[in-house]
Design a protein. Structure first.
Length: 223
């Protein structure tokens, strides 16, 4: 049997199992609140194993584009704290995004071209013009959903290590905001409460800075 087919079937099985777990309601705000004290106790007793388990689950969710990443990010803050939670979420989400990128690049090119043809053209044009800076901006300001960025960027010429590094840096601000929100879990009524208009505006302004710097450098070189 073709190796790619075996890998694909394995991913399908894992994806169905993981999606079934998510659909059961485990990755919700209410569930996280209910189990927070239990999770804190487990982390206190088995910190290394808990961190590894969290890492594996987060990577699986992001790699297979399964809903629940935002709740997992909040859980990172709720049970690991701001500093370690941010580090753990940043690494997990970037590894997961890179795996999704590699899976798409290896196994699903025809399907991606067919399903995301309209968005693909926009992303390819932007990447050809501005390179890694374009990806960095997409990560900072979620104009296109993250999972779409992961798979569509697989069809560009970007190198894997560049994708990893730029994604890590671009997702970091939102990660800090969401992990910090997780430390105040009791005050969050809905996911939408986290990314307020002020927070989104801050991300937009942050995304503008690299472009301003680029314009300044060009102006200086011309002078």
């Amino acid at each position: 049997m073709n190796k790619r087919l075996v890998v694909f079937l394995l991913l399908v099985v894992i994806g169905i199992a993981a999606y079934s777990t998510v659909s059961s309601g485990l990755l919700t705000l209410d569930s996280l609140r209910s189990y927070q004290s239990t999770l804190l106790e487990v982390v206190h007793q088995r910190p290394i194993i808990s961190a590894l388990a969290y890492f594996c689950i987060y990577v699986l969710i992001t790699a297979l584009s399964i809903p629940g990443a935002i709740v997992m990010t909040l859980a990172g803050g709720a049970i690991f704290g701001v500093v370690f939670g941010t580090a753990l979420v940043s690494i997990s989400s970037t590894v997961g995004a890179t795996l999704a990128f590699l899976i798409a690049r290896t196994l699903a090119r025809p399907l991606i071209r067919q399903k995301f043809s309209h968005r693909l053209q926009k992303v390819q044009t932007g990447f050809e013009k501005d390179g890694a800076l374009y990806l960095f901006t997409l990560r900072l300001v979620p104009v296109i959903p993250f999972f779409v960025i992961n798979v569509v960027m697989a069809l560009t010429s970007i190198r894997t290590r560049v994708f990893f590094l730029v994604s890590f840096l671009g997702m970091l601000p939102a990660t800090v905001v969401n992990v910090n929100a997780g430390t105040q879990l009791s005050s969050i009524e809905a996911i939408g409460d986290i990314l307020s208009p002020k927070v989104l505006l801050s991300f937009a302004l942050l995304a503008v800075f690299p472009w301003l710097a680029r314009a300044v450098v060009k102006a200086v070189r011309k002078s």
